[in-house]
Design a protein around this ligand. Structure first.
Ligand code: KG4
Ligand code: ZN
Length: 333
């Protein structure tokens, strides 16, 4: 059987992530080199250091991802290469795009530029999962928080998005203030397991458009609460903060899905790995009679497989890109 393999390359932020996916959306290999150690001392991603780190490790990551998929750089065995062209840090994106162009030329296989957000949407169809349309997809990560109505593959309407911080960014900033590690989301989730989610009622931000989000106010409220209550249980703060963010995300996604007549709901992006968010969305979907699609947690955070999966769709629908393909740091969906 012809497997038709696509390599996906993702370097839009601080992870050098490559994955190989077959025509059934099965992930044959996925390798991620994290730069957490490099940036953690600075309290955020330093763009210049990020692009240098991508450049330093990308060939090693490529060799590993090919080996784990049963391939090698000499005989290739791939049918196409997909690469994130934006949005993201320009210097970081350039490393992925330059490597993808060189490989495409050397191996004489098609090159496809992919929007990172479309990659998160296509993560929903990995491992043979089916997507039924119209679908309301909550894309919630460290850089983005939006509800997208996916009318069909390639046809998107942004129903709402954050007006300030992304939800993941709020998790990261609150965690930093609490002296927890980076990225903050998984750290808060861990600490929250021993806390009482109803201990503190944090305010939920008011926004003009009903499907938009704002996380800057809630983040500041938590920081102010910690400053004025130095003896408070950090477990209770983490649990209450997590509960309030999850409640907002679930309520708006459900409202958007129901009021725009979606038949299903999807969750993707790094915060989509949060267990409480997954549980609550599943429960809300079940009450509303709407199917909820949750990718595996490893496919929610940035990875190369989702880029390969979106690349396959673009190749089949629009054809390959030429070598004029350029990075677009502010690319919209
Ligand atoms: O999608 P992603 O890997 O990168 C971006 O495109 O931003 O998302 C990273 C974000 C970080 O802000 C991280 O704190 C958050 O996802 N995150 C989580 C969890 N795992 C990752 N947030 C809450 N709970 C988690 N378990
Ligand atoms: Zn992402």
């Amino acid at each position: 059987m012809v497997k038709n393999l696509i390599l996906g390359i993702e370097t839009s932020c601080d992870d050098t992530a490559l994955g190989v996916v077959d025509s059934g959306g099965i992930v044959l290999s996925s390798v991620i080199a994290s730069q957490i150690d490099i940036h953690s001392n600075f309290g955020g991603v330093v763009p210049e250091l990020a692009s240098r780190a991508h450049e330093a490790v990308i060939i090693e990551v490529l060799e590993r991802v090919l080996k784990e998929a049963g391939l090698n750089a000499q005989s290739c065995g791939l049918d196409a290469i997909a690469v994130t062209k934006g949005p993201g840090l320009a210097g970081s994106l350039m490393v992925g795009v330059a490597v993808a162009k060189a490989l495409s030329l050397g191996w004489r296989i098609p090159l496809i530029g992919v929007n990172h957000l479309e990659g998160h949407i296509f993560a929903l169809s990995l491992e043979g999962r089916l997507m039924h349309f119209p679908m309301a997809v909550l894309v919630v990560s460290g850089g983005h928080t939006m509800i997208v109505r996916v009318n069909s593959l390639g046809s998107y309407e942004i129903l709402g998005e954050t007006l300030d911080d992304a939800a993941g960014e709020a998790f990261d900033k609150v965690a930093r203030f609490m002296g927890l590690g980076f990225p903050g989301g998984p750290e808060i989730e861990k600490v929250a397991t021993n806390g009482d989610p109803s201990a503190i009622r944090f305010p939920i931000a008011k926004v003009d458009r009903r499907f938009d989000f704002s996380f800057s106010g809630p983040k500041t409220a938590v920081v102010n609460y910690l400053r004025s209550n130095p003896g408070v249980s950090v477990e209770d703060v983490a649990a209450s903060f997590q509960a309030s963010i999850v409640e907002t995300l679930v309520a708006k996604t459900m409202d958007a899905a129901i009021s725009t007549n979606c038949v299903s709901i999807g969750l993707s992006g790094g915060v989509g790995a949060n267990s409480l968010l997954r549980e609550r969305l599943l429960a809300a979907g079940s009450v509303a009679g709407l199917e909820v699609v949750l990718p595996a947690k490893v496919n929610c955070t940035d990875n190369g497989a989702m880029i390969a999966q979106a690349g396959r769709f673009r190749l089949e629908t629009f054809g390959a890109d030429d070598y004029g393909l350029d990075v677009e740091a502010s690319l919209r969906l």
